[in-house]
Design a protein around this ligand. Structure first.
Ligand code: HEM
Length: 183
């Protein structure tokens, strides 16, 4: 392979990672200039925290669907054969839904609290929240780039998933531990 052919996938990978980093940094900056805490509507829930914890948990459930359908598509699910078309559709629909449902939660976080460095947990949650949308952006771009090596999409998908589990564990899980499972 000529050196320019080798450089192309590297350039594409760098572009995809930089685009994700730009999104994550922009969210972090937005969070830093947001002067919370602010009261926001809780709709039918007892508090905004509860609303966020339930919506975040709905996203977590969709993320599990993402994982199982991705493993199936990559032939890593033991005991199942060819990939039916429905699996691809389920993966796309659950991914789009997870993204859409996460948006109001992240908006409540960014606008309601901002980037919180007060405790290691809030700092880690704020960082992971920004990183989640960065990794998601990189994954979406990687799906549309034919130049990237085959492992790029599974690695980025795994990163999105792992970071979301972290976001959820540092926020919704802790909320349910404090208050119990209630609306
Ligand atoms: C995937 C995106 C996100 C999800 C699903 C999410 C979810 C949650 C949930 C469920 C809570 C607990 C309820 C509460 O205390 O209000 C929370 C709290 C919080 N979030 Fe997020 N969040 C996301 C992104 C972000 C981002 C981007 C930031 C800031 C840059 C952020 C900052 C905070 C802060 C400061 C709190 C309060 C923590 C506390 O005092 O316990 N979150 N988030």
């Amino acid at each position: 392979m000529a050196s320019t052919d080798l450089a192309r996938p590297r350039r594409a990978a760098v572009a995809v990672v930089l685009a994700g980093a730009a999104v994550a940094v922009t969210l972090g900056v937005l969070g830093s200039v947001s002067n919370g805490p602010r009261e926001l509507p809780a709709w039918v829930f007892s508090s905004t925290q509860s609303l966020k914890a339930w919506l975040a948990s709905a996203v977590a459930a969709l993320v599990v669907v993402q994982l199982v359908s991705a493993l199936w598509m990559f032939g890593k699910l033991p005991g199942v054969g060819a990939v039916p078309r429905a699996v691809k559709i389920v993966h796309r629909v659950s991914g789009a839904l997870a993204f859409v449902v996460s948006l109001p939660v992240a908006f409540y976080c960014l606008y309601g609290f901002g980037f919180d460095t007060a405790t290691p947990r809030t700092l880690a949650h704020s960082l992971a929240g920004c990183l989640f949308y960065g990794a998601f952006t990189s994954k979406m771009l990687a799906l549309r780039s034919a130049r990237l090596p085959g492992w790029t999409v599974p690695v980025l998908g795994g990163t999105v998933l792992t970071v979301f589990v972290l976001v959820w564990a540092l926020s919704a899980l802790r909320w349910f531990q404090l208050t119990g499972i209630a609306l």
